[in-house]
Design a protein around this ligand. Structure first.
Ligand SMILES: NC(=O)c1ccc[n+]([C@@H]2O[C@H](COP(=O)([O-])OP(=O)(O)OC[C@H]3O[C@@H](n4cnc5c(N)ncnc54)[C@H](OP(=O)(O)O)[C@@H]3O)[C@@H](O)[C@H]2O)c1
Length: 397
């Protein structure tokens, strides 16, 4: 008999008495919050949605971590599981683990999406490290990732705008059930049809970064034709979208980057590029209408200096000083992305009209190693565009 270190809300259940697809029954539950439990035939009691879904999933994960193959064999008979890459503790890249996980079921206003591609955003590894645990107090196991493109496999009873077989993309709600998974559910209001002609890989690169850029420039800064817009980190996930959105609105765009990003930034359509490694911002420009701050710290501080009175500083990393904003006569604020299917549909239209094209840095496989490599690249802060994970090959449809 072995001792298991259970996490809060995890349980050990013993002695399976009945099994049928998607369902396991048990007797002799041994539950222990934060303590120790013992058992040989450990199992969980229910898969799929239900009142205590999270509780059961925690139990499932625990089971996998402790007695992986026994549950795999049993569940394989029912086939109601999927592959997911999760973390079961905050920490380094070694915490990323590929496991079997119950396939989610859509609620009445949700759709079930078979994921073909997902993409990496810095929030993924910031959350993995535990930097966001106060803001997002998730329970383990956490499936990271909040971008997906795929095919709808099931629609909830109240969903009218999508049907089975639709190709869609989404930035789903920020929950502990993210998109490093073969299947996800998402509220239909957060989903949009994929741009025609786009691959799943291209589509998965768009939602989080594209919506962030849109909400900063359009919703917060109210960008208009002729504005002078400064985009920090023009070759980054958000910056590469922001340059193109600003150009589509008829703005003059200045973007920052290192010499390695120069040609990319030009190709994205920026009118000017400032090499932040060699040129102080305040010597290179002034009279800017909008600054999109993706860096914070000194970059944000210097950005106040180059704004026109009446201008806008919008940051996605750090709340700007309101005293400084008042002193300079500008509007300044932090934007935290709100998922939005309608805005995603607008981005899809821009892609179809060749106003927007995702910049892909690298495509990696859906595996523990693929995700570890993807995080490593994102953590350098020097990825050029988006890192995409191919979950399923398009030709496997
Ligand atoms: N608030 C929100 O809702 C929200 C949403 C999305 C992202 N974010 C945050 O916004 C930040 C940017 O996200 P992202 O996805 O765009 O990141 P990213 O793709 O990892 O950004 C990488 C880019 O940053 C550039 N870069 C690095 N240091 C720079 C500097 N000092 N000045 C100018 N460019 C620099 C690099 O260009 P070089 O290689 O040429 O240096 C690289 O191309 C992250 O901190 C992320 O967590 C917040």
């Amino acid at each position: 008999m072995s001792a298991y270190n259970l996490m809060q809300h995890q349980v050990v259940l013993s002695e399976i008495v009945k099994y049928k697809p998607g369902f396991l029954k048990y007797k002799n539950v041994q539950a222990d919050e934060g303590g120790k439990s013992y058992g040989r035939k450990i199992c969980l009691l229910r898969l799929g949605h239900g009142g205590n879904q999270v509780f059961y999933y925690q139990a499932l994960f625990h089971y996998f971590t402790i007695l992986g193959d026994i549950l795999c064999q049993r569940i394989d008979q029912g086939g109601d599981i999927m592959k997911a890459v999760v973390i079961n503790a905050y920490g380094g890249r070694e915490e990323l683990k590929a496991i079997e996980f119950p396939k989610p079921m859509p609620r009445e206003h949700e759709v079930l999406i078979e994921v073909y591609a997902t993409s990496i955003n810095p929030i993924d590894w910031k959350l993995r490290e535990g930097y966001l645990k106060e803001r997002l107090p998730f329970k383990f196991p956490i499936i990271l990732g909040w971008d997906a493109a795929g095919i709808i496999k099931k629609v909830g009873a109240k969903v009218t705008e999508f049907e089975e077989g639709d190709k869609v993309f989404t930035r789903p709600a920020t929950t502990e059930r993210g998109t490093y998974a073969e299947y996800i559910t998402a509220d239909a209001s957060l989903v949009a049809h994929m741009p025609k002609e786009s691959s799943f890989i291209e589509a998965a690169a768009v939602p989080l970064a594209g919506l962030t850029a849109w909400q900063c420039l359009v919703d917060f800064a109210e960008i208009k034709k002729g504005d002078r817009v400064l985009v920090h980190a023009g070759a980054g996930g958000v910056g590469s979208m922001a340059i193109q959105i600003a150009k589509a609105f008829g703005a003059e765009v200045i973007a920052t980057g290192s010499s390695k990003s120069q040609s990319i930034i030009k190709k994205l359509g920026a009118d000017h590029m400032i090499n932040y490694m060699t040129t102080p911002l305040t010597e290179a420009i002034d009279e800017v209408d909008i600054v999109l701050d993706t860096i914070g710290g000194d970059s944000q501080e210097k950005s106040f200096e180059v704004l026109k009175p009446g201008g806008v500083l919008v940051s996605i990393v750090q709340p700007p000083s309101q005293e400084r904003a008042k002193e300079k006569g500008v509007k300044a604020g932090l934007v935290w992305l709100e998922p939005n299917g309608e805005q995603l549909a607008t981005l899809a239209k821009m892609i179809e009209e060749d106003e927007l094209k995702p910049l892909i840095a690298e495509v990696l496989p859906f595996s523990e190693d693929g995700l570890k490599k993807a995080h490593e690249l994102s953590e350098t802060h020097h990825a050029k565009g988006k890192i995409v994970i191919e979950v399923k090959k398009e030709e496997d449809k």
